[in-house]
Design a protein around this ligand. Structure first.
Ligand code: ARG
Length: 229
């Protein structure tokens, strides 16, 4: 489904996988909401780009960019060297990292090394899924969305989930999922970027818009709205 932002100007189709609160999710009426959605609309206003969101499965986003089916993507997507081989990224807009979630009553798993030989759930195509591949003897279950992976953990069908820390913490703190906790250090430090097709003519405008909303306080307002205490 598509949804149009406020600004006029040239339109920019922006892909997102909207089951990743508080970055992107769907409200009761199906409308997109979240930090990334507000950020992208603000960039659109600053850069005079008319933002049209398009929901896609997460593992379909990079292929859609490569095929030129969308103009950009904002989806809490980590800037990785692997993805940089096929798409370009804006400058980083958010610092995150991967966290390990287990059930509250679990005392055996306290860090990444304890995940060997365990049952792990991850979202397909993510950096969390990539990290899980490094675990000797682990059984990996992949899900189309992070909430489904976390639900599998809550149901007791897997031992842990590797997922972006802000999203897992938000799911626990909002009470969306009961009986889970985060353990250990962050597995990685990661930076999110807006992805664009290789050599996109829009990269510079997106970066300029991002710089403008950082400088004029809009970024801070959006941050406060979704992450403020
Ligand atoms: N940051 C992680 C990655 O880039 C997970 C992003 C998942 N995003 C989403 N909207 N489901 O792989």
């Amino acid at each position: 489904q598509t949804q149009t932002g406020q600004a006029g100007g040239q339109s920019l189709t922006v892909a997102t996988e909207p089951a990743f609160p508080p970055f992107e999710s769907q409200g009761a009426g199906g409308e997109l909401e979240g930090f990334d959605i507000d950020l992208m609309n603000a960039i659109g206003e600053a850069a005079d780009l008319n933002i049209q969101f398009q929901s896609l499965p997460f593992d379909g986003i990079v292929p859609a960019l490569q095929a030129g089916q969308v103009d950009a993507a904002i989806s809490a997507m980590t800037i990785t060297p692997e993805r940089q081989q096929t798409v370009d990224f804006s400058r980083p807009y958010f610092k995150a990292g991967l966290a390990i979630a287990v059930r509250e009553n679990n005392t055996d798993i306290q860090g990444f090394d304890d995940l060997k030989n365990r049952r792990i759930a991850v979202q397909i195509g993510t950096t969390g899924a990539n990290q899980a591949k490094n675990l000797e003897g682990a059984t990996i279950s992949t899900f189309d969305s992070a909430p489904l992976a976390l639900q599998e953990l809550a149901n007791g069908n897997v031992d842990a989930v590797i997922n972006d820390a802000p999203v897992t913490l938000y799911a626990i703190e909002s009470g969306n999922l009961q009986g889970l906790k985060v353990v250990g250090q962050l597995v990685t430090e990661e930076y999110y970027g807006i992805a664009l097709p290789r050599n996109s003519p829009n990269l510079e405008r997106v970066n300029q818009g991002l710089t403008e909303i950082k400088n004029n306080g809009t970024y801070a307002e959006i941050y406060q709205k979704w992450f403020g205490v």
